[in-house]
Design a protein around this ligand. Structure first.
Ligand code: SF4
Length: 310
């Protein structure tokens, strides 16, 4: 079963809808029902069938739609966890337009299955950690919620993936109960492995609270600087970011809002996954305006000391 994200469906004309930001990537959900049970997810097996993933509504459609996804810089398949998922994604990849840049987001799978997906035409793969410590992982997507995945499985799969794909990505959710230092430690390790990070704010669709926006902005800047290759940029006080050392040479990019835009595979802007279009935008799906960025610069300083360095 295929579903297109609401914005993707609107952009290809399957539904009539006004959208506040066009998706630059086509988002497709593959599979009807997930056998896994991640605590933060609307698709979890104990939640019954849902047409939502995060805040996004998904529109069922025919497989023929795949050949019409031409007006996007990337096609992203978000594969639910179910028996037969690898065969289904390999089949689906045969139907996308030639020369499409495709990423596949999937649970940890074997080296051989990853190779099948690569050989079928995927450029990139995303295997979500979601939680940044082993204890949290157990609680939200490991043994405590009845999933078969283990923390080490995801790291093994990411390591394998770097030997197969030119783009390897993982997801980190901010707001599951981790410290800033936990996120920093995980991101440095991932950067060293050649794995990019897509940041998400925890979306309270099943209880709990979204992270404070000032904390999230600092984590976004931390991610940006780590993946620009800077080290020794952060100090922590009992796990909370206290000082962020920011090279002056990055000031222009930061004041354009680049660190606060959606992160992930190239060409992905994932509009409104985490937020209502009318509310605070955790990840901007477009370049933010100067008014928004000047608010963000103040938010940054309200959480940690920003030290500009030469
Ligand atoms: S494996 Fe993915 S789709 Fe399934 S419950 Fe976990 S996060 Fe949701």
């Amino acid at each position: 079963m295929l579903r297109l994200s609401y914005g993707t469906a609107a952009k290809v004309g399957i539904i009539k809808a006004k959208i506040a930001a066009e998706p630059t990537t086509a988002y497709i959900m593959l599979g009807e029902k997930c056998v896994s049970n991640c605590s933060f997810c609307a698709q979890a097996r104990t939640r019954g069938r849902s047409d939502y993933l995060s805040r996004v509504l998904w529109i069922p459609c025919d497989e023929k739609i795949l050949s019409h996804l031409t007006n996007f810089s990337r096609i992203c398949f978000q594969v639910l966890d179910y028996p037969g998922m690898v065969d289904d994604i390999v089949d689906a990849l045969k139907n996308v337009p030639k020369d499409s840049r495709v990423s596949v987001s999937i649970v940890p799978i074997s080296f051989e299955d990853m190779k099948h997906i690569k050989d079928a035409g995927a450029e990139g793969i995303s295997i979500a950690l979601d939680a940044v410590t082993e204890d949290l992982f157990k609680k939200v997507k490991g043994e405590y919620v009845g999933n078969r995945f283990r923390w080490n499985d995801v790291w093994r799969a990411l390591e394998d993936a770097t030997k197969i794909f030119s783009i390897v990505n993982t997801h980190i959710i901010v707001g599951l109960g981790e410290t800033d230092r936990d996120i920093y430690t995980a991101m440095v390790k991932l950067a060293n492995m050649g794995v990019s990070v897509a940041l998400f704010s925890y979306t309270p669709i099943v209880g709990g609270n979204a992270p404070e926006l000032n904390r999230y902005r600092n984590i976004q800047l931390l991610r940006y600087l780590i993946f620009r290759g800077y080290s020794d940029i952060a100090e922590f006080d009992e796990g909370k970011l206290s000082v962020l050392r920011v090279p002056l040479s990055e000031r222009k990019n930061i004041e354009r809002g680049l660190p606060f835009m959606t992160s992930g595979c190239p060409g992905c802007n994932r509009p409104f996954y985490n937020e209502r279009p009318s509310g605070n935008l955790y990840n901007y799906p477009f370049l933010p305006d100067t008014h928004s960025v000047s608010k963000d610069m103040k938010l940054l300083q309200s959480y940690a000391h920003i030290e500009w360095i030469q």
